[in-house]
Write a protein that binds this ligand. Structure first.
Ligand code: HMG
Length: 465
């Protein structure tokens, strides 16, 4: 019985900052943001929003769009790296909010946890819930996996222009209408690393930006190697002579901390996949130089990063490779649609790749492409670090769902705020009762901490109708 994503819903806060205002305030060339990073608008959570309210809003939309009752749901998982409590799981807040609408204890029969592994945990949550259904444990109920995050970096840091906020809720069922996950191919890799981390009590992460980029690429490639072995062994892909696994995957959706990272990840994976194939000769002659080699090809990530001559030559080669007709053809046909949402929302950490999937479906559908039976390969990465590569196939009834996807409409009317107001929000000096926007048909945060000691740390939400 196929199991996978039956439907998905998004929630993106309506406040945003514009890249031109941001570039002017920080003295950066706006072209760097637009092309070098690939960002035009960064979504910002208002003073009365947090990752739990965003998660509940995405979940409520998913339930409403599909006429789901709490009895139809057996599990609600929330994957996030913006945890609100060291002990109490975010899904308990979400259940509390949903029960305000559906009735007290209506979700009592369900289960679930909050999952954490930086940006990759949503993929682990999907995998675990898919297997829960495959194992026959679901009692004919569906699972909901919500990925929700606020990507917040220090003011003035290089990460500041990769911020964003939002949530995606995914309905996981047997016989899904949208996408069925391929069995026996999911591949993971894990390592103890400090590329990006957020010690307890610190609101913004400590980041080694260039190191994190390289680690992302290496780990996703390694997971792809295992995926390749498993896909061939399980028979879902038959690799012919002079072929790459990517020839057999119709779309590629990867973790998107920023749009350009998706483009770079595709270039990195293609170089690794293609350099031993006959097409490489054509590519090299189009570029006009050989691919550079590090001084120590078997070195560590640190030694490669320290090899500055190689790094410079490799960056130059990568940029030239990205201009070749071979790269452009794959980029346009297999990836570009998945990047559109990222450019107008920003990094969503756990939710980034799933917003990318949503974007891929909507914008490929608008091109008039028949998506039925197309295979999507996913490259999920979480700092710290772990990568997961898996795939799924678009199902026959996808059109009924994809035709109603409309990013602009689903976000709603957005409000641009000034850099001054953004900085106030960033400092958390504006309280939940001083939000910029009036909430309508959504959950909002209305109080933190009661008046008595026994309610310290309580977070209270309400549905603003
Ligand atoms: P940076 O200092 O802005 O990097 O940091 P840069 O100076 O190399 O510039 C970036 C690009 O802009 C380059 O293009 C420049 O050439 C270009 P590329 O070489 O990449 O093709 N550029 C220009 N383009 C046009 N006009 C110009 C111009 N000037 C320069 N005038 C970095 C970038 C991403 C490192 C930084 O923003 C950062 O530290 N971000 C946070 C960490 C991050 O996002 N890492 C990504 C990988 S790790 C990951 O994805 C996990 C994560 O999501 C967390 C999790 O797992 O939970 C972060």
């Amino acid at each position: 019985m196929p199991v996978g994503i039956d439907d998905m819903a998004i929630y993106v806060p309506k406040l945003y900052i514009d890249y031109k205002d941001f570039a002017e305030a920080r003295g950066i060339d706006p072209q760097k943001l637009e092309y070098g990073i690939g960002i035009k608008k960064m979504a910002l959570a208002d003073a009365n929003q947090d990752p739990a309210s965003m998660a509940a809003n995405a979940c409520m939309r998913l339930m409403k769009n599909n006429d789901l009752n709490p009895q139809d749901i057996g599990r609600i998982y929330v994957a996030t790296e913006s945890g609100l409590d060291e002990s109490k799981a975010m899904n308990s807040f979400v259940i509390g909010m949903l029960e305000q609408v559906y009735g007290e204890s209506t979700l009592e029969h369900a289960g679930g946890i909050e999952c954490k592994f930086a940006c990759v945990s949503g993929s682990y949550a999907l995998y675990d819930n898919t297997n829960w259904i495959r194992a026959g444990e679901s009692n004919d109920k569906a699972a909901i996996v919500i990925v929700s995050d606020i990507a917040k970096y220090d003011i003035g840091s290089a990460g500041e222009y990769t911020q964003g906020a939002g949530a995606v809720a995914l309905l996981i069922k047997e016989n899904p209408r949208l996408l069925s996950f391929d069995e026996k191919v999911t591949s993971t890799i894990i390592k103890n690393e400090y590329d990006f981390y957020r010690p307890i009590g610190k609101e913004t992460p400590l980041v080694n930006g260039l190191y994190s980029n390289l680690l992302y690429l290496i780990q996703v490639r390694k997971a792809l190697e295992t995926y390749k072995e498993k896909a061939i062994k399980s028979g879902i892909i038959k690799l012919g002579n002079d072929e790459s696994i990517i020839d057999h995957i119709d779309y590629i959706s990867v973790h998107l901390p920023y749009r350009r990272m998706g483009e770079k990840a595709l270039a990195y994976l293609l170089r690794h996949e293609w350099r031993h194939l006959s097409r490489w000769e054509d590519i090299i002659s189009e570029i006009g130089t050989d691919e550079p080699l590090p001084k120590d090809p078997r070195g560590t990530i640190e030694s490669i990063l320290a090899d500055t001559d190689f790094m410079k030559a490799d960056e130059k080669f990568r940029r030239e490779f990205m201009k070749t007709k071979h790269y452009k053809e794959i980029f346009d046909s297999k990836m570009s649609s998945s990047l559109q949402a990222s450019a107008v929302i920003g990094n969503l950490y756990t939710a980034s790749m799933y917003m990318g999937l949503r974007s891929l479906l909507e914008f490929e559908f608008l091109k008039g492409v028949d998506l039925f039976n197309k295979r999507i390969g996913f490259g999920s990465y979480g700092s710290g670090c772990s990568a997961m590569v898996f795939s799924g196939v678009i199902q026959e009834n996808y059109k009924d769902l994809v035709k109603r996807m409309n990013l602009e409409k689903d976000i709603g009317q957005r409000t641009k705020i000034s850099i001054k107001d953004y900085e106030i929000l960033h400092k958390n000096t504006r309280k939940y009762d001083e939000a910029f926007l009036n909430a309508e048909d959504e959950f909002i945060l209305i109080n933190i901490g009661g008046t008595t000691a026994d309610r310290a740390g309580f977070r209270e939400y309400c549905y603003a109708s």
